[in-house]
Design a protein around this ligand. Structure first.
Ligand code: FES
Ligand SMILES: [Fe+2]
Length: 381
């Protein structure tokens, strides 16, 4: 018989979920935590979060399958910085500021595409897929002035994911940054995915209110009882805290099916749900089965605003009948997150001014949220 390659870390999550169902408790934090409401509405606090977190730390900026071929690119504005991520003609993924070295015009406004070179729309300066300046009209007019290529940003591609720091001077150690989250991301086999190119963009309030939703295993069977939570056994979650990153396991009504089966026969995709929160702004939902949804949170432009973009991925190329399935999933997630999650957190955003004497409470069953706020407090104080 052929060897069965067990994905041991996810099997372990499933085993722990079953234990939690049987003992009727999720994994618990040591204590209850409170966070003052002004932490979500103070502009000074928000600026420190942008400067010390979003503009400094490595961000999961793309999946490799967003840029499978030479010349494939993605562009977006993250925390006020226009970002261009490109797979060069040498196969290497690089990130740049999407800013022309002449007078700063944006090179492309397309969210994704393929280009062997980027020609600035303003005066036609041209850059290749490695960011080098390869042509400008009437070069002699600029005399001996040395003119550089695009401003590169530190970038590492690893196990199917691309990490970028928005600070051109930053040096980061990805092993140190991810810790044990690296092995769990590797187990998701992100490098074997195919992107469904159509994404969903949703308005959301303060970015931490949205991130709190990404990290919340407690609400699934309540807020989503008629949608994605219908099959869940709520509040029996596993939580793995990997530095600022969090992995959440969700039990569902089929979790008990593993009880009398050998691990190689467990249907993990049917028996549990899984979320990887990669600090500070990416949630990967699923991936232990055939599909995966990635949500990327864009903070700002003010303390009370953010945007969430949802991306769908599959284990096989998204064509033929799978296109319909992908579109149906996209629409379903859009409705759930817009009408349930976003509607709820916009309500909290509106309530914050009235909550000055009533802090936000995170119970022992919300260790992921506790970790988020502990870590942010530590780096912004
Ligand atoms: S600003 Fe780009 S060519 Fe002038
Ligand atoms: Fe939710």
């Amino acid at each position: 018989m052929a060897e069965t390659q067990l994905n041991t870390s996810f099997h372990d999550v499933c085993r722990r979920l079953l234990e939690n169902v049987e003992r009727k408790s999720p994994d618990l934090a040591d204590g209850v935590m409170t966070v003052a409401a002004d932490q979500y509405r103070d502009s000074g606090q928000w600026r420190r979060e942008m400067e010390r977190i979003f503009l400094k730390m490595p961000l999961l900026s793309a999946l490799s399958c967003d840029l499978p071929d030479a010349g494939d690119f993605m562009s977006y504005v993250m925390a006020g910085r226009p970002l261009l991520i490109v797979r060069g003609d040498d196969g290497q993924v690089r990130s740049f500021l999407n800013i022309c070295r002449h007078r700063g015009a944006r090179l492309t406004d397309e969210p994704c595409g393929n280009a062997s070179r980027f020609v600035c729309p303003y005066h036609s300066w041209a850059y290749d897929s490695r960011g080098q300046l390869i042509g400008l009209p009437d070069r002699q007019i600029f005399g001996e002035t040395s003119i550089d290529g695009l401003i590169p940003l530190p970038t590492i591609e690893r196990s199917g994911a691309v990490f970028t720091s928005l600070d051109p001077q930053a040096a980061f150690d990805l092993d140190e940054w991810l810790g044990d989250m690296a092995a769990s991301l590797k187990a998701l086999r992100l490098n074997e995915l195919f992107a469904y190119r159509k994404t969903t963009t949703l308005a959301s309030p303060n970015w931490k209110l949205a991130a709190d939703g990404y990290l919340d295993g407690y609400h699934i069977g309540y807020l989503h009882k008629n949608s994605i939570g219908a099959k869940a056994i709520t509040n029996r979650n596993t939580y793995d805290l990997f530095g600022p990153h969090v992995r959440i396991g969700f039990a569902n009504k089929r979790t008990h099916e593993i009880e009398n089966l050998p691990p190689e026969r467990w249907d993990l995709a049917a028996c549990m749900s899984l979320v990887h929160f990669v600090f500070p702004n990416v949630s990967i939902s699923g991936g232990h089965g055939d599909t995966l949804m990635l949500s990327r949170l864009f903070p700002g432009p003010s303390v009370a605003e953010s945007t969430t973009v949802q991306y769908q991925y599959f284990r096989t190329p998204v064509e033929g009948a799978l296109l319909e399935e992908a579109e149906a999933k996209r629409v379903a997630y859009e409705e759930v997150v817009r009408d349930e999650d976003c509607a709820t957190i916009f309500g909290i955003e509106e309530a914050l001014p009235a909550m000055d004497s009533s802090p936000i409470v995170f119970g022992r069953n919300e260790p992921g949220n506790q970790r988020l706020h502990e870590y942010i407090a530590q780096v912004t104080s």
